[in-house]
Ligand binder design. Structure first.
Ligand SMILES: Cc1cc2nc3c(=O)[nH]c(=O)nc-3n(C[C@H](O)[C@H](O)[C@H](O)COP(=O)(O)OP(=O)(O)OC[C@H]3O[C@@H](n4cnc5c(N)ncnc54)[C@H](O)[C@@H]3O)c2cc1C
Length: 460
């Protein structure tokens, strides 16, 4: 091992949280290194290619209000495209296919009344949640003592309401309604701007995506940091004493005044801390594990479903695929459908079987033309060899009130960032950026003052 390199701050993780923290510190004149365990930057954003079109295998959409991530994308010259949502959406529930307009599917009058009642109750409760400190919310203990499923039982949710709520927890967290506490669900609804905003394309969380892909934003943003970013550098150990921190990878040691760890809460467990983390933080790591989610993309000559008046958006409670979206680059083709897949019945299979499952379901949803794809790819986040998981932590009953208070509490010289530690927009790319900004501000306040570099000077 070479002599340790010394910087002001070591940042662990080159997702949006880590890259933002690094930029903010560099802008203020501090020296940083970013250590990333994977061979690429971006973390939970990752680009794939199908039929010559770049697609987002992980994080995809931004809402209009996502100013923080949008500012970075603007800085590096990436451009949004509205999520295609024209036409009717498709619903496959209990073996029956139908189409509908708007956010809530066309249901029988009784099912619609039930769904609307549950949604209104969730929105009302979500308004009482303190997103920054959910354990301080007025009824936190009571709301955290029950799973979403337990609450749906209590509210006499009908089968259809349960099926739709399961689709929501599968896509937001990568889990079932029984796995997540009501409090965590409410925090997410609040952080995502309300139930409709969470699920809507037009004007909601799925409003727009990036032509160049979201990982391309991260790649370009990381390139501005030059050789401060070290891929293939999993951090194994962080030792701290009164003088600073020593951060070990397999091949190098870095010394710094402070460290900012931006991994998902679960992946903090991959690092040995000396002195050891307090019991409450260890409990957080144990109980805030990521869910699991997989995505498939199927390409066709043209987005043929549009000619049938369909938006390419579908919800289904049967089989592997549970949501689809149209992410075609143009009406002239190729047509590309993005399908969210349930990892429990998807990841175990070989690629050919996975493809056959997805194509069969798309054929049920969109007709015989869907049986003739020209290309296919998928990505199973829970089988990644490093930092595996899904979109967000599955936070079960009691885990927020027991451990949530330490989400951002520094461990001496080690500070925490990552989308999980954000308040507003927690669980999104925008939340990741906001968390990186917060951690960088907090650490900069502890460091000796410097002459801020102008932006051009900082990166030269
Ligand atoms: C399938 C999927 C769909 C999603 N859809 C959306 C969406 O449409 N819109 C949206 O806003 N968000 C979406 N998200 C969530 C969004 O991608 C994340 O919130 C965001 O990218 C998290 O950024 P982060 O920097 O906090 O964490 P990450 O991106 O996870 O970055 C943390 C980094 O730390 C690294 N790391 C872990 N352990 C170590 C270690 N020991 N040493 C060194 N490095 C380490 C990891 O490899 C990773 O690169 C989705 C996520 C997934 C998986």
């Amino acid at each position: 091992m070479n002599a340790p390199e010394s910087v002001d701050v070591v940042i662990v993780g080159a997702g949006f949280a880590g890259l933002t923290a690094a930029h903010d510190l560099v802008d203020q004149g501090y020296s940083v290194v970013v250590l990333e365990g994977r061979d690429r930057v971006g973390g939970r954003v990752f680009t794939g290619e199908i039929a010559g079109v770049k697609v987002d295998l992980g994080g995809t959409w931004v809402a209009k209000e996502h100013d923080a991530i949008r500012a970075i994308a603007d800085q590096v010259g990436c451009t949004t495209v509205k999520q295609f949502a024209e036409g009717r959406s498709t619903l496959w529930l209990a073996g029956k296919r139908s189409t509908y307009k708007g956010t809530i599917p066309r249901l029988s009058p009784a099912a619609l009344v039930n769904m609307t009642r549950i949604q209104m109750a969730l929105d009302k409760l979500a308004k009482t949640i303190d997103v920054e400190a959910p354990c301080n919310s007025p009824r936190a203990a009571e709301l955290d003592a029950i799973s979403l499923e337990g609450w749906l039982d209590r509210k006499r949710a009908r089968t259809t309401t349960r099926a739709l709520m399961t689709i929501v927890t599968k896509v937001e967290f990568g889990c079932q309604t029984s796995d997540v506490s009501l409090l965590h669900m409410l925090r997410t609804i609040r952080a995502f701007g309300g139930f409709d905003h969470m699920l809507d394309a037009e004007g909601g969380m799925q409003d727009a995506r990036y032509v160049e892909t979201t990982q391309e934003i991260a790649v370009r943003y990381a390139s501005l940091l030059g050789d401060r970013v070290h891929p293939n550098s999993p951090v194994r150990r962080i030792i701290q004493d009164a003088d600073g921190v020593a951060v070990d990878t397999d091949t190098a040691q870095f010394r710094a005044e402070y460290a900012i760890v931006t991994t998902a809460t679960e992946h903090r467990a991959g690092i040995e801390f000396e002195p050891a983390l307090p019991e409450k933080t260890q409990g957080l790591i144990r109980s805030w594990g990521l869910g699991a989610l997989s995505k498939a993309f199927v390409a066709y000559d043209k987005p043929f479903w549009r000619a049938d008046g369909l938006s390419g958006e579908a919800l289904t409670d049967t089989g592997t695929v549970f949501i689809t979206f149209d992410v075609s680059p143009s009406p002239n083709g190729p047509g590309v459908l993005m399908a969210f897949c349930d990892p429990r019945v998807f990841d175990v299979h070989q690629p050919e079987t996975r493809k056959a499952q997805v194509v069969k379901q798309l054929t049920d949803l969109y007709g015989p033309e869907a049986a003739r794809p020209i290309d296919y790819i998928d990505h199973c986040w829970n089988t990644d060899s490093f930092a595996r998981g899904g979109p967000n932590p599955v936070v079960g009953p009691y885990a927020t009130t027991r451990y949530g208070s330490v989400l951002t509490e520094p461990h001496g010289r080690v500070h925490w960032a990552g989308t999980e530690t954000a308040g507003e927009w927690t669980g999104s790319m925008n939340g990741a950026v906001l968390s990186g900004q917060r951690a960088a501000d907090n650490v900069a306040r502890l460091l000796p003052a410097t002459e801020p570099l102008d932006r051009k000077g900082a990166y030269s």
